[in-house]
Every structure is written in structure tokens, then in C-alpha cells.
Design a protein around this ligand. Sequence first.
Ligand SMILES: Cc1cc2nc3c(=O)[nH]c(=O)nc-3n(C[C@H](O)[C@H](O)[C@H](O)COP(=O)(O)OP(=O)(O)OC[C@H]3O[C@@H](n4cnc5c(N)ncnc54)[C@H](O)[C@@H]3O)c2cc1C
Length: 413
Amino acid sequence: MVNEMVTDKGENEHDIVIVGAGIGGLATALALHRKGFKDVVVYESSESLRVEGTAIRINMNGWRALDQLGLGPQLRDKAILIHGEEDVWIDQGRRVNLPINGEVRCLKRRDVIDALADALPPKTIRFGCKAISVEEDPQSMSPLLQLTDARVVRAKVLIGCDGLYSKVANYLGLRPTSVSAVGSVRGLTNYPKGHCFPSASIRMKRDHGVANLVGRIPINDKLVYWFVGIKMSQLDGKYPNDPELVKQETLKHVTGFPAHAIEMIAKSNVGSVSFAHLRYRLQWEIMMGKFYKGSVTVLGDAMHAMGPFLGQGGSATLEDAVVFARNMGQKILYSGQSDEGGQQIMNPERIEEAFDQYVKERRNRIIRLSLQAHLIGVILGSTSSVAKFIAVFILLTVFRDQSAHSKYDCGKL
Ligand SMILES: Cc1cc2nc3c(=O)[nH]c(=O)nc-3n(C[C@H](O)[C@H](O)[C@H](O)COP(=O)(O)OP(=O)(O)OC[C@H]3O[C@@H](n4cnc5c(N)ncnc54)[C@H](O)[C@@H]3O)c2cc1C
């Protein structure tokens, strides 16, 4: 039992504790800091900032959130503007140009994570601190976070930004995330003399084969991000993990795609190549799941893991951070009142009210996002033509404007 352990005073007691220093945890810490919350600490299991997946597409809604965090201008300098989007069915030679809503850029994940972390006050992130469980202190009702080194951290507010295998989501009673029928290989290819690709996002698709999608988005005039969709059902769910083996295995599966696509993968920097078997939170749980309990809540993938087919998981996570901090600021800070140390005073009685408003706002948004992403996942990964037909039907009837998701504005911080 956690409450039988000794809880240190001071270092192990904070107003706001965040678990996980990915995009969600860092953005939330920054948003809260900008709202005036000073005692915010992030516990991260890795020994340094973890950057998984090489690059990330940020749609217009994500840029709005980054602007609210004050990071838009510096990150815009890191990647070119994407002007077009094209789906190409390589077997039929059919090409469809899709509208791009506003600003789209593809950033190196390292740039996003570093910008978020650098904007935080020193010592906000505590590395090498892995959370193993959450409990409620029966006396004070505050959440207690147990770390692997037997330390227990007491928080007034605890936010789980711990991704796909969230311990905080477990505490809330959410089910583990489900495994998708699709895997994804990602990598970066550097063209020292410059590449000749247009500043557009291209998805080359086919109906057969283990690899049924190869996508490409330039980051700048030399660097290109690519991704390959892998039907895991055809591989008994197995794929290598070692980057060199991932690259070689992927090259086997992309035979038949255009030569420039194969060459791009062949020339990629092995260190940038990774494979992920995609996971998602079930739709009914997104609609009905309990996303907060007392003063504990979740954000980002811990709340709404979804397939990357819309390129929206990370941008939705940035929106979460802005909406969460806004509600915390509106409901919890006593306006203008601060303690002797200059720190703004929190009103703990209104924490649940703030969480309730945050979850309401976010649920409405993520129900549609995750449903749309899930339907595309079914079309790409399912072996059942009936399931694919139904998915296409729902997609075309419910989501007439397929890029409407990026018009969303999460509002002011
Ligand atoms: C193949 C693929 C492509 C994608 N492409 C895009 C894209 O183009 N655009 C987009 O917007 N989104 C994209 N996404 C989604 C996006 O990557 C995620 O939605 C986003 O990273 C979620 O951020 P997060 O902070 O919630 O979780 P994570 O990034 O997973 O961060 C979780 C952090 O918590 C830490 N942690 C985990 N457990 C513990 C613990 N017990 N104790 C302490 N720390 C812990 C981890 O080490 C990690 O640092 C993609 C996802 C995948 C899989």
C-alpha cells in the first residue's frame, strides 16, 4: 500500500505533478507555467528527453496551440510550409489532390520536444523517475504517485501524460489501449544536394501487399520524412525492432512502389528508422470513459491514443494542454492573490469543476478525431471487405469535409 510508505516533505510534495515528458507533459507544464502555476513538476521515466518517431506533421490546429504556448514563431523557422496533399493509387495510376486547410508543416520531433523543454523553468523535469502506480491518500484524499525507487510523491493535482501504457489511466479505470491491425515504419532521408520533391504531402497507396502505403513529407529542402503502412495481420503481428533490420525488412515489402520511393527508404539514415505497432483507445471509451477522478486526470495519448492516419494525435495533445491550463487558470487560481513567495494561490475546491469542464471540451473534439482516424485505419488494415465497405460508408457520410479536423481552434490559453 502506498500510504504505508514514508512520503518525504518538500521535494516529494508538489501542487501539480505531471507524469511523462513527451509532447503532452511538456506542453502542459509550459501552459500551466504561463498561466501562473509555479510549483509544477514533470516526472519522466527516461534518463533524458525521449524522442520517438523522428518527425511529426503539425496541422493548422496544432500551430494555433503552439502559438498559444508562445512557440509558433521559433518552430515555423524549422520547417517549410506544405502547400499540397495528394493521394496516389499506384496500381490504377489515379491521383487525387486534397485540400490543405491552412498551415501544415512537418517538424523534427527533436525540435518540438527541445522547444517545449527549453521554455520551462530549470529543474521542472525530473528524469529517471518511473511511475508505477497511483493511489489516493485516505486522510487528505490527495493523489499519491509511487515511483520505482520507492519514493512517493504527493500532489494536489496529478496529470497522466504517460502515453500508450499509462499508469494514471489505469488508476482512472480506463482499459489498456488496443492493438491496431496496422504498423508504421518511419524514417528521415537527407539529400545533401537538395531533393527535388514538391513541398507537398504524398501518400502512395495500393490494395495488396504487406506494405500498402508509402508517404512522404519534406521537412526542408534537404530533409524528407517518410512513413510506410504495414498490414500486421499478414505478418502474425511480428516486425523487427533493430533499426537496420527494420529498414531491410521494409525494403522487402515496398517492392512495386515507385523507384523514387524505394530509393528514399534505401538512402535513409538508419538511426532515424523505427517501427511502431499502432495502438488506439476504443471508441466507446472515448465517448463514455471516466477521464478524471478526484484531482487526477489524463491528457494526450493516455487519454485518446489514435492511429496516425490524420496526423493529429500530437496536435490534439497540444490542444489538450492549452484547454487544460485555461480551465485550471479560470477555476483554480484566486485572481491576483499570491503567497509570501509570490506564488499564486490555488483553490482546491474547484479542481473537479476545472477537470469537468476540460473533459467536456476535449471529449467533444476527440470523439470525431478518433472515429475518423479509426475508420481510415480499418480501410488500410482490415482483411474484411465488409468492414472496409462500412468504414468507407461512414467516412463519406459523417466526415464529408475530410480535412475539417484541422480547422479546429482550441482557443486562448
Ligand atoms: C507512427 C506514428 C506517427 C505519428 N504521426 C503523427 C503526426 O504526424 N502528427 C501528429 O500530430 N501526431 C502523430 N502521431 C501521434 C503522436 O506521436 C502522439 O499523439 C503524441 O506523441 C502523444 O504525446 P504524449 O505526450 O501523450 O505521449 P508520448 O509522446 O508517448 O510521451 C509519453 C512520455 O511519458 C513517459 N512515460 C511513460 N510511462 C511513464 C511512467 N510510468 N513514468 C514516467 N514517465 C513515463 C515516456 O517516456 C514519454 O516520454 C503519430 C504516432 C505514431 C505512432
